[in-house]
Design a protein around this ligand. Structure first.
Ligand SMILES: Nc1ncnc2c1ncn2[C@@H]1O[C@H](COP(=O)(O)OP(=O)(O)OP(=O)(O)O)[C@@H](O)[C@H]1O
Ligand SMILES: O=c1ccn([C@@H]2O[C@H](COP(=O)(O)O)[C@@H](O)[C@H]2O)c(=O)[nH]1
Ligand SMILES: [Mg+2]
Length: 241
């Protein structure tokens, strides 16, 4: 049995209808996902409801270890209804679930190094495929230019915006050493390595997105609430409904 799907693509100037015709049993999630992601500004237009984005609004949230990415993402998610995906958390879950890459991931995290892109991108992709939420925060990814390129290759698009929490090293170290969540990488030896990797590999990613005009840099000092006061207007100014 064949099925015809209609996608109304609304660009900045024009609107076109795209018809997909394919066997009913061949509607795999990945294909659906590629369709959904085929364009930066694709919108599914239901009659009387233009608020239903096809492609999720993607936000990358970056910053050094302990800069407060997770803390602020939780507040953004709660206030603005985003799905919060922490790449580090997905990798830690993969270790705990005894997945096939678990021991490799554990060894890499202990050293503060970066997990191969394919593994992380596929974990993120799986979560995006599972959710109906069209507003997604990706916390702590991409960590390297290679991560960034792999994401764009596999997913087909980049972020709509990037938040960069800029925090002094000594503040980050202080926060990490008092986090007390039993993380294997929250010890001073691994923290030093994570900071080095951040400077060497993650700052170039931030610079890349800055050159594209996508980065909102937030000075991440002060209380959680003070920092959120700087974050809030960025999301409040987006048309999220
Ligand atoms: N503004 C703040 N002032 C003081 N402590 C904070 C602040 N924001 C977060 N923290 C605390 O600092 C620690 C690190 O914060 P968080 O986990 O949000 O950082 P992160 O950027 O996600 O770190 P990582 O990269 O290691 O996952 C946590 O214990 C958190 O409660
Ligand atoms: O995209 C990613 C994200 C994380 N890692 C590894 O996990 C740890 C912890 O990440 P947090 O964001 O601090 O929770 C990080 O130091 C890396 O080792 C990764 O490889 N790729
Ligand atoms: Mg975190």
């Amino acid at each position: 049995m064949w099925r015809t799907c209609l996608l109304n693509y609304r660009g900045f100037k024009n609107s076109i209808n795209i018809h997909f015709h394919r066997p009913h049993h061949q509607v795999p999630t990945r294909l659906k996902f590629i369709e959904l992601f085929m364009t930066e500004s694709a919108m599914l237009v239901k009659e009387g409801d233009s608020s239903n984005r096809v492609r999720p609004l993607l936000t990358f949230v970056l910053g050094g270890p302990g800069s407060g990415k997770g803390t602020q993402c939780a507040k953004i998610a709660e206030t603005f209804g985003f799905l919060h995906l922490s790449a580090g958390e997905l990798l830690r879950k993969e270790i705990l679930s005894g997945g096939e890459n678990g021991s490799l991931i554990l060894d890499i995290i202990k050293e503060g190094k970066i997990v191969p892109s394919e593994i992380t991108v596929n974990l993120i992709l799986r979560e995006i495929e599972l959710t109906e939420n069209r507003k997604v925060l990706i916390d702590g990814f991409p960590r390297t230019d290679e991560n960034r390129i792999a994401f764009e290759r596999i997913v087909g698009v980049g972020p709509d915006l990037v938040i960069f929490f800029d925090c002094p090293e000594e503040e980050m170290v202080k926060r990490l050493l008092s986090r007390n969540q039993g993380r294997i990488d929250d010890n001073i030896e691994t923290i030093k390595k994570r900071l080095e990797i951040f400077d060497k590999l993650n700052l170039p990613v931030i610079n890349y997105y800055s050159s594209k005009g996508k980065v909102h840099k937030i000075k991440a000092v002060g209380t959680t609430e003070e920092i959120f006061e700087k974050v809030n207007p960025i999301f409040a100014s987006l048309s999220l409904n």
